[in-house]
Design a protein around this ligand. Structure first.
Ligand SMILES: [Fe+2]
Ligand SMILES: [Fe+2]
Length: 331
C-alpha cells in the first residue's frame, strides 16, 4: 500500500507540479493554506507532509507549530518547501519541528529521495521498536493465561493486517494495527483462572467479571503520546463491541466503534472459532467463515467481512504457518 502524503501550497501551479512528481509513487491529499493543512492532517492522518511556507490565513510555520502541539499527529514528519528568499528562516523551520527543508525550484528525483528517507526514518524509529517489543511481550503475557502457546495473538495480528490491507488502509496504519492488536486481551490478566479456564458457559456473575477485561485492558495500557499505544488502548476497549450495538462494554453502534476495534473483532472471533478453547472445540474453516458471513451487519462491520473474504487465502496461509501443530513440530 502506498504511503499517503499531504501536499500544502496556495499556488495551484505548484500543487500541480508536485502532483506530477509524486502521484505515481504516493497517495496524495492537498491543502491550500495552513488552517486547511491542519484539518486535512487530522482527517487523513498522512504519513508525511510537504508544506509551503508563505500562504494566506495561516502560514506554514504556524501550521507546523499547531501540528506539533497535537500529540495525535505530532509525529508526522513535516518537510518545508521554500523559495530562496525564505532560506534565512531555515533554522526556525527546524526549531519548530520540521524534519527537512527543500528549496525551490524542485528537482523531482531529489524530492522523492528525501521523502523516502524520511518515511523510512520514521519506520525505523528506535523508540517505536522498543515499544513494539514491550507490546508483544505484554500481549503474550495475557495470552499465556488462557492459552499455553501464545500463538493466538500472533495469528490474529496477521489477520488484522490482511483485513486492513484489503480495505485499502495506508501501509503505516496496517503496520500499526499489526503491532497494536496483540494487546487486545491484556485486561484478562485481571480475570481469575477459574473463570477464564472454565470448560463451559459462564453464569451471570462470571460473565460480568469476564466482561470487565476490555476496560481493564484500556486502563492498563493507559494514555500515551505514542499513536501505537493509543491504538492498542482503543482496541482493548472496543474489540467486543458489535456492529448492531449489542456488544460490550459501551454498546457502541456501527461507526461509533473505532475502526481498529471492528477489524480486531473479525480477526479475533475467526481465530477463536478455528482454535480449541476450554469451552469449545475447534470449528472447521468452512463453518467459521459461514458464521462470520451470517454475522455480517449484525456482529461485524459488513465492509470488513467483505475484506475478510477477499483476504481469506492469505489468512489461511497464516493459520497454517502458525498452527499449534506446526509449532509443536518446530519446538
Ligand atoms: Fe477479549
Ligand atoms: Fe483474542
Amino acid at each position: 500500500m502506498k504511503s499517503k502524503i499531504l501536499v500544502v501550497d496556495d499556488e495551484p501551479l505548484n500543487l500541480q507540479l508536485l502532483r506530477q512528481i509524486l502521484e505515481d509513487t504516493y497517495r496524495l491529499v492537498y491543502a491550500t493554506d495552513g488552517e486547511k493543512a491542519y484539518n486535512a492532517t487530522v482527517k487523513h492522518n498522512p504519513d508525511l507532509i510537504l508544506m509551503d511556507i508563505m500562504m494566506p490565513n495561516m502560514d506554514g510555520y504556524e501550521a507546523c507549530r499547531k501540528l506539533k502541539a497535537n500529540p495525535e499527529i505530532s509525529k508526522i514528519p513535516v518537510i518545508f518547501i521554500t523559495s530562496m528568499g525564505e532560506i534565512d528562516d531555515e533554522k526556525l523551520g527546524f526549531d519548530i519541528g520540521a524534519v527537512d527543508y527543500i528549496i525551490k525550484p524542485i528537482n523531482g528525483s531529489i524530492l522523492k529521495r528525501r521523502i523516502q528517507t524520511h518515511l523510512s526514518l520514521v519506520r525505523m524509529d528506535e523508540l517505536e521498536k522498543t515499544q513494539l517489543i514491550i507490546i508483544q511481550r505484554l500481549g503474550r503475557a495475557a495470552e499465556y493465561k488462557d492459552n499455553e502457546t501464545g500463538l493466538h495473538v500472533i495469528r490474529m495480528s496477521y489477520y488484522c493486517r490482511i483485513i486492513a490491507e484489503k480495505i485499502g488502509r495506508s501501509e503505516s496504519w496496517c503496520k500499526m494495527i499489526f503491532q497494536a492488536s496483540p494487546m487486545h486481551d491484556i485486561g484478562k490478566i485481571g480475570v481469575p483462572d477459574n473463570i477464564l479456564l472454565k470448560p463451559g458457559p459462564l453464569n451471570e456473575e462470571e460473565k460480568t467479571i469476564m466482561e470487565k477485561h476490555p476496560k481493564d485492558g484500556y486502563d492498563i495500557i493507559g494514555y500515551h503520546q505514542s499513536r501505537l499505544l493509543q491504538m492498542a488502548a482503543e482496541i482493548a476497549l472496543s474489540h467486543h463491541e458489535k456492529w448492531d450495538g449489542t456488544g460490550y462494554p459501551n454498546k457502541l453502534i456501527k461507526d461509533e466503534i473505532p475502526f481498529s476495534g471492528r477489524v480486531v473483532a473479525v480477526a479475533d472471533v475467526f481465530d477463536a472459532l478455528t482454535s480449541d478453547r476450554p469451552y469449545k472445540d475447534e470449528w472447521s474453516v468452512e463453518k467459521a467463515v459461514g458464521f462470520l458471513n451470517d454475522q455480517s451487519g449484525i456482529h461485524f462491520d459488513p465492509v470488513l467481512i467483505d475484506a475478510f473474504n477477499k483476504g481469506l487465502a492469505d489468512i489461511l496461509d497464516i493459520k497454517e504457518k502458525w498452527s499449534e501443530k506446526s509449532s509443536d513440530q518446530n519446538n
